[in-house]
Design a protein around this ligand. Structure first.
Ligand SMILES: O=C(O)/C=C/C(=O)CC(=O)CC(=O)O
Ligand SMILES: [Ca+2]
Ligand SMILES: [Mg+2]
Length: 424
C-alpha cells in the first residue's frame, strides 16, 4: 500500500512518506534572519523541521519525550540513541504527516512553521564526522584495478576474499553536496625513469560510492557482533570519493591512499535510514571461500539501490550519463564492514562514516569511476561528441540513487560537486 501525506508528493519524488530521510538545514540567509541549523526530514519538496515538532511536545513517546536530540545542530545525538528511538521518531513523523491525521493538517500556523520549501533552505553536513573509513568492497572494482595495475594473473590480492579491505580516510575534508572541489596539486607518478613532476593533478576522477552512517558506537575493546551490526548503522548516504589517480599511483605503496584522496570527499545531505531501505533488501552475493566465523552472517543482506553518475561539463548544456550501477553488486556487506572494523577492539562513534568503496557492477557501462571507464585514460569516452578521459575544470559530477517501489520511490536525492581550477 502506498502511504499518503497531506503534503503533495510527486509520484517520482525521492521523498515520499515511505522514505523520511534525515538531514540538517539552515534557512538561507536572504530569506530571513540567520537561524541555527536544525534537524529535519524530507517530505516531497519540503523539509520538516523536527525542532519545531519537538518544541510543541509532539514527540511524546518514551525515548524522545524528554530528549533534546532535535535541538542539536547535528544528528549525532539522535543517531547515537539507537533503533528504539529511531523507530519511535519514524512512527511519530509518519503519523503526523499522514493525510488522515488532523494535528498538523488542520493547523495552518504549525504547518507553516514546520514545513519549509526546500528552495528556501540550505542543507549542511548531517553529522559531525569524527572518523571516516573507506572500504574496497566491490569485487568488480577490485578486479578491474588489479588487472590494470598488476595484470590479470594477480588481479585480486589473496587477502581480498577473506576480509573487507579498507583505508582510513580524512574526515576534515568531507563536504556536503553542492560544495566546489579545488583540483589538487601534488607529486605525480613519473613515466619510466623520469623524476616525479609536481603540479595540478592530470588524472582527476570521481568514485561512485555509498557510505554507512554509524549510529550507536561500541566501547573501545568491545567488538560488534556481525549479527548485531545493523543496530549500529543509522542509514546510508551517497558518496563521491574524489581521487587524483596520478598522485595516488605514486604515493600509495606501501601504506595506501593519502593525498590523492584527502583533498575532498562529497556526501549527499540526506541520510536514508535502514528502516526505509528494508523493503528493498536482497540477498548479498554468495561468498566463496566462506568467511571466518566473526564475518559469517546468519542473514547476509544487500539493498537494491539503482545508482547513476552524470556529468555536466563547462560550456555544455546537456548532462551525459557516465555510468549506471547498483548497491547490490557489493561483495562485502555493510554489516561485515562494521564487524571487521571493530574486531580488533577499535571503537566506532555516532556519526562516523564508512564508505563502501567504488560500486562497480559486472557490465562495461556499470563501472564506478573514470579510471575503469577509460581504462586509466587509454580509451576516451564520448561526451556529447567530445572525447574525454579524466575530469576537467568546470565539470560538475552528479551522483543519484533510488529504490523503485510499487507506486513510489525511496531515493537519496543527489550528491554533486564542481571542479574548480588548481590554486597556486
Ligand atoms: O588495486 C590497487 O592496487 C589499487 C586500487 C585503487 O586504486 C582503487 C582505489 O582507489 C580504492 C578506492 O576505491 O578508494
Ligand atoms: Ca574509494
Ligand atoms: Mg576522497
Amino acid at each position: 500500500m502506498v502511504l499518503k501525506s497531506f503534503v503533495e508528493v510527486d509520484i517520482d519524488s525521492h521523498f515520499p512518506l515511505e522514505n523520511l530521510p534525515y538531514g540538517i538545514f539552515i534557512i538561507k540567509s536572504s530569506e530571513q534572519q540567520q537561524q541555527l541549523p536544525h534537524p529535519c526530514v524530507a517530505i516531497g519538496e519540503f523539509v520538516f523541521d523536527l525542532s519545531v515538532i519537538s518544541s510543541v511536545g509532539l514527540f511524546n513517546g518514551p525515548f524522545l519525550k524528554d530528549s533534546d536530540c532535535f535541538h542539536q545542530s547535528s544528528l549525532n545525538k539522535f543517531v547515537g540513541m539507537g533503533r528504539p528511538a529511531w523507530k519511535e521518531a519514524r512512527t511519530t513523523i509518519q503519523k503526523l504527516l499522514s493525510v488522515d491525521e488532523p494535528t498538523l493538517r488542520d493547523n495552518a500556523i504549525l504547518r507553516e512553521k514546520s514545513l519549509l520549501p526546500m528552495s528556501k533552505v540550505q542543507m549542511l553536513l548531517p553529522t559531525i564526522i569524527g572518523d571516516y573509513t573507506d572500504f574496497f568492497s566491490s569485487m568488480y572494482h577490485a578486479r578491474n584495478c588489479g588487472i590494470m595495475f598488476r595484470g590479470p594473473e594477480n588481479a585480486i590480492n589473496p587477502n581480498w576474499f577473506h576480509l573487507p579491505i579498507a583505508y582510513h580516510g580524512r574526515a576534515s575534508s568531507i563536504v556536503v553536496s553542492g560544495t566546489d572541489i579545488i583540483r589538487p596539486r601534488g607529486q605525480s607518478h613519473p613515466a619510466g625513469n623520469s623524476p616525479p613532476y609536481f603540479g595540478p593533478s592530470r588524472k582527476l576522477d570521481f568514485e561512485l560510492e555509498m557510505a554507512a552512517v554509524v549510529g550507536p558506537g561500541n566501547e573501545l575493546g568491545k567488538p560488534v557482533d556481525v549479527n548485531e551490526a545493523a543496530d549500529h548503522i543509522f542509514g546510508l548516504v551517497l558518496m563521491n570519493d574524489w581521487s587524483a589517480r596520478d598522485i595516488q599511483a605514486w604515493e600509495y605503496v606501501p601504506l595506501g591512499p593519502f593525498l590523492g584522496k584527502s583533498f575532498g570527499t562529497t556526501i549527499s545531505p540526506w541520510i536514508v535510514t535502514l528502516d526505509a531501505l528494508e523493503p528493498f533488501s536482497c540477498d548479498a552475493p554468495k561468498q566463496e571461500p566462506q568467511p571466518l566465523p566473526y564475518l559469517a552472517e546468519k542473514n547476509s543482506k544487500n539493498y537494491d539501490i539503482s545508482l547513476e553518475v552524470r556529468i555536466k561539463s563547462a560550456g555544455q548544456e546537456q548532462e551525459s550519463v557516465l555510468t549506471k550501477s547498483n548497491f547490490k553488486h557489493l561483495y562485502w556487506t555493510i554489516t561485515q564492514q562494521v564487524a571487521h572494523h571493530t574486531i580488533n577492539g577499535c571503537n566506532l562513534r555516532p556519526g562516523d562514516l564508512l564508505g563502501t568503496g567504488t560500486i562497480s557492477g559486472p557490465e562495461p557501462d556499470s563501472l564506478g569511476c573514470l579510471l575503469e571507464l577509460t581504462w586509466n585514460g587509454k580509451n576516451s569516452l564520448n561526451l556529447n561528441g567530445l572525447p574525454r578521459t579524466f575530469l576537467e575544470d568546470g565539470d560538475e559530477v552528479v551522483l543519484t540513487g533510488v529504490c523503485k517501489g510499487d507506486g513510489y520511490k525511496v531515493g537519496f536525492g543527489t550528491c554533486s560537486g564542481k571542479i574548480l581550477p588548481a590554486q597556486n
